[in-house]
Design a protein around this ligand. Structure first.
Ligand SMILES: Nc1ncnc2c1ncn2[C@@H]1O[C@H](COP(=O)(O)OP(=O)(O)OP(=O)(O)O)[C@@H](O)[C@H]1O
Ligand SMILES: [Mg+2]
Length: 198
């Protein structure tokens, strides 16, 4: 039997960094963002539907989705965000479940990065859920420097998500990434040991 750990948190809280730490320790990893990218890859039938719903500007010159344009559209407009989710989430979910089943058949420990784990109700796919947290100010600085956003734009993105406090309330485990890399890695190691013992 394989142990399946779901990882979520807010934008820029360090989910991908924590997943990379787990991978370093030998875990098999799956990213819902990667699955979403695959679902919306050039040539996928869903692109025609996105073009029809959101306009030709959401299609990039290479025929794939223009994530920047689509991101702007949906962050600015909750109704559009809901429309996008209705189109793509069922496809992402079904591909994600297939890939998770395959990995779990081959690996003892699988960790999955799922940014919308609670919002899209992925809880039941996992044996435990880990929320990666960082103080609001740190989260904001990271989003600003990594994505080149202004403070206001970063605040808006963070505010558009389910509050981190609500996610922490639903979590089985939490890791705080405020601090040096090494401290994060130690927490990951400790959690991995704990899960292996139980
Ligand atoms: N412990 C840490 N100390 C300093 N910086 C960190 C730490 N952990 C992560 N970071 C940095 O914070 C930024 C965001 O981290 P990461 O990409 O892992 O977040 P994320 O939660 O996966 O974000 P997203 O929601 O966009 O997928 C990265 O630039 C990363 O290098
Ligand atoms: Mg990430």
């Amino acid at each position: 039997m394989s142990f399946k750990l779901g990882i979520t948190g807010g934008i820029g809280t360090g989910k991908s960094a924590v997943v990379a730490d787990f991978k370093e320790l030998g875990a098999a990893v799956l990213s819902a963002d990667d699955v979403a990218r695959e679902v919306m890859a050039a040539g996928s039938p869903v692109l025609a539907q996105l073009r029809k719903t959101f306009g030709p500007q959401v299609i990039a010159p290479n025929g794939g989705v223009n994530r920047g344009v689509l991101g702007q559209l949906i962050f600015a407009d909750p109704a559009k965000r809901q429309q996008l989710n209705q189109i793509v989430q069922p496809l992402i979910r079904s591909k994600f479940e297939d890939e998770l089943t395959q990995l779990a058949a081959q690996h003892a420990f699988v960790v999955c990065e799922v940014p919308l784990l609670f919002e899209e109700h992925y809880e039941n796919l996992f044996d435990a859920v880990l929320v990666v947290e960082a103080p609001a100010g740190v989260q904001q600085e990271r989003v600003m420097s990594r994505d080149g956003l202004t403070r206001v734009a970063a605040e808006r993105r963070i505010a558009s998500q389910m509050p981190l406090a609500d996610k922490l309330e639903r979590a089985d485990y939490a890791i705080n990434t405020d601090g040096p890399e090494q401290l994060r890695q130690i927490q990951v190691q400790q959690l991995m040991n704990h899960l292996a013992e139980n």
